[in-house]
Ligand binder design. Structure first.
Ligand SMILES: Cc1cc2nc3c(=O)[nH]c(=O)nc-3n(C[C@H](O)[C@H](O)[C@H](O)COP(=O)(O)OP(=O)(O)OC[C@H]3O[C@@H](n4cnc5c(N)ncnc54)[C@H](O)[C@@H]3O)c2cc1C
Length: 433
C-alpha cells in the first residue's frame, strides 16, 4: 500500500522555515514595493531583495521546479506544490524563490527544446533570476482558439521576418525576450503550421503599442502588452524547437503553468479563510460572536470543504506529474484543477469579504484583489469553458456506447441476466416458499 499523505520530516522543516520567512520577510514587500515584481532589480530594491534571494538559495529552495542540471533541486511537482501553497500568499514570494510565472514555463520550454546556444543566452539569466521573459501567443482577435492566429513569419534567406499583432503578452515591457507563436506555414493544418521564436524585446520592429492594466491599475500602465511586430527580422537560429512544433511546445509550457497557478491559489484561498476565521472570532453582533451564527458557520464549513477538496486534488495531480513525467497523460486532471480553481478562490474570498462587512469591500482589505484574481484564473492559460471541454473529452474517452437500444444498466435486462445466472438457487428459493 503506497498511499501516503505525510511530508517527510526533513522537507517539512524547510516548509516551516518558508512559511515563517514568507510571512515575516516577504509579505511586507507586497506593500513596500507593489507592482514592481517584474521590474529588474536596482538600487535600494536590489539591496532589500538580493539578501532574501540569497537566504532562499542557502536553504536549498531556489527554483525548486528545476532539476539539478539547471540549478534547481529536482524536488518535483509534489514538493513544489507544498511550497507554492505557501508562496501563493504573497505576490513577491515566487520572485524571491525563483519560481514565478510566466518565467518558469518559459524556462521549462527552453530547457526542453532549446539549442545549447539558446540555453546559454536565454535560460541561464532566467534561472539566475536576473531577467524576465514574456510569452506572446494571444492575438487581439483570437485567444481561446489558437488555430485562428494570424501573426506570420516568412523565410527570407537565413532569416525569418515576423509580422502581426499580439495581445496580453504579460511583462513584455520589462522582459529581455519574447517567446512568440507564429504561423510559418499557412497551407497546412494550423496544428502543424505554427512555430515558436525567441525574439529579444529590443529587436527593431517590436513595438509595444499599449500596456494594458488589469482592473484597479491605471489606464495604459499595466503589464499586459499589445504588441505590433512589424518586419521583425530574426536569424534562423531564433526558432525554438522544430518548424511546425508550436502546439507541442505550448502544451509543455501551459500544462506546468496551469498546475502552478492552482498550487498558489491554495495559498490565496487559505489566507482568505484565515482572515475569515479571525474576524468571526473578533466581531460581536445581535448578542453573540459572528462565529456563533449558523449562517457564518456555514461559510466556514463550506470554505473548508471546498479548499480541502481542491488542495488534495492539486497535490494528487502534482504527484501524477512526478510519477508519469508526462503532462499529456495528466492533461485531464490538470484541466480539472484549472476548471475548479476560479470558483474555489472566488467563493471563499467572497465569503471572507462578506463577514468583514463594509470594511471587506474596501481597498484596505485584499478581498477584491482575490476575487479579481479568481476571474483572472478563469482566463489566463485558457478560459474555463475550453478546459471543461478538454475534461469532458478525456472522461468520455474511457467509455463506449451501449450496444443495445436500452442502456447497459437498464434494470429489466439486468434482472433477466441475474435470474439466468442464479437460476438454480432462485428455483430452490421459490420452491421453499
Ligand atoms: C492576467 C492575464 C494574463 C495573461 N497572460 C498572457 C500571456 O502572457 N501571453 C498570452 O499569450 N496570453 C495571455 N493571456 C491571455 C489568455 O490566454 C486569453 O485571455 C485566453 O486564452 C482567452 O482568450 P481571449 O481573451 O481572446 O478570449 P476569447 O477567445 O475571445 O474567449 C472569450 C470567452 O468566450 C468563451 N469561449 C471561448 N471559447 C469557447 C468555447 N470553445 N466554448 C465555449 N465558450 C468559449 C469563454 O467564456 C471565454 O472567456 C492572459 C490573460 C490574462 C487575463
Amino acid at each position: 500500500m503506497a498511499w501516503d499523505f505525510e511530508t517527510d520530516p526533513e522537507y517539512q522543516q524547510k516548509l516551516d522555515w518558508a512559511d515563517k520567512f514568507v510571512r515575516e520577510e516577504v509579505e511586507p514587500l507586497d506593500l513596500a514595493f507593489p507592482h514592481l515584481q517584474f521590474v529588474p532589480l536596482e538600487g535600494k530594491r536590489r539591496e532589500a531583495i538580493d539578501p532574501l534571494k540569497e537566504e532562499v538559495r542557502r536553504q536549498g529552495l531556489w527554483a525548486t521546479h528545476l532539476g539539478p542540471d539547471l540549478g534547481g533541486q529536482g524536488y518535483g511537482q509534489l514538493k513544489l506544490a507544498l511550497l507554492n501553497e505557501i508562496l501563493g500568499r504573497s505576490s513577491w514570494a515566487p520572485i524571491v524563490f525563483g519560481c514565478q510565472a510566466p518565467d518558469t514555463g518559459n524556462a521549462e520550454i527552453i530547457a526542453h527544446y532549446g539549442t545549447p546556444e539558446q540555453k546559454e543566452r536565454y535560460l541561464r539569466p532566467l534561472l539566475d533570476g536576473e531577467c524576465f521573459s514574456s510569452y506572446s501567443m494571444t492575438e487581439p482577435h483570437a485567444g481561446a482558439d489558437p488555430t485562428l492566429f494570424k501573426t506570420r513569419a516568412e523565410r527570407d534567406g537565413d532569416e525569418w521576418v515576423i509580422n502581426g499583432w499580439k495581445f496580453f503578452s504579460s511583462n513584455a515591457r520589462t522582459a529581455e525576450f519574447l517567446i512568440v507563436m507564429v504561423v510559418t506555414n499557412p497551407d497546412v493544418n494550423p496544428y502543424k503550421g505554427m512555430s515558436m521564436f525567441l525574439v529579444p524585446t529590443n529587436t527593431p520592429g517590436v513595438e509595444i503599442v499599449r500596456n494594458v492594466g488589469l482592473y484597479g491599475e491605471p489606464l495604459n500602465d499595466g503589464s499586459h502588452a499589445l504588441i505590433h511586430y512589424e518586419d521583425v527580422h530574426v536569424p534562423a537560429e531564433a526558432l525554438l524547437g522544430g518548424e511546425g512544433q508550436a502546439f507541442a511546445i505550448a502544451q509543455t509550457r501551459l500544462g506546468g503553468g496551469r498546475i502552478h497557478h492552482a498550487m498558489r491559489t491554495i495559498g490565496q484561498a487559505q489566507k482568505a479563510i484565515d482572515m475569515m476565521c479571525e474576524r468571526v472570532l473578533s466581531r460581536e453582533t445581535a448578542g453573540s460572536l459572528l462565529a456563533d451564527k449558523q449562517f457564518v458557520q456555514g461559510y466556514i464549513a463550506d470554505s473548508y470543504a471546498q479548499l480541502i477538496q481542491f488542495r488534495l486534488f492539486v497535490l494528487y495531480t502534482a504527484w501524477e506529474i512526478d510519477k508519469y513525467s508526462d503532462y499529456k497523460r495528466v492533461r485531464k486532471d490538470i484541466a480539472t484543477a484549472k476548471v475548479v480553481m476560479p470558483t474555489v478562490l472566488h467563493d471563499i474570498a467572497w465569503r471572507a469579504m462578506q463577514v468583514h462587512g463594509a470594511l471587506g469591500t474596501t481597498n484596505e482589505m485584499p478581498f477584491f484583489t482575490m476575487i479579481h484574481g479568481a476571474g483572472v484564473m478563469g482566463l489566463a492559460d485558457g478560459p474555463t469553458e475550453v478546459h471543461k471541454i478538454t475534461v469532458a473529452r478525456q472522461v468520455l474517452r474511457d467509455y463506449k456506447p451501449s450496444d443495445d437500444i436500452w442502456p447497459t444498466q437498464w434494470i429489466p435486462k439486468k434482472l433477466e441476466a441475474a435470474k439466468a445466472k442464479f437460476a438454480e438457487y432462485l428455483e430452490l428459493e421459490v420452491g421453499n416458499q
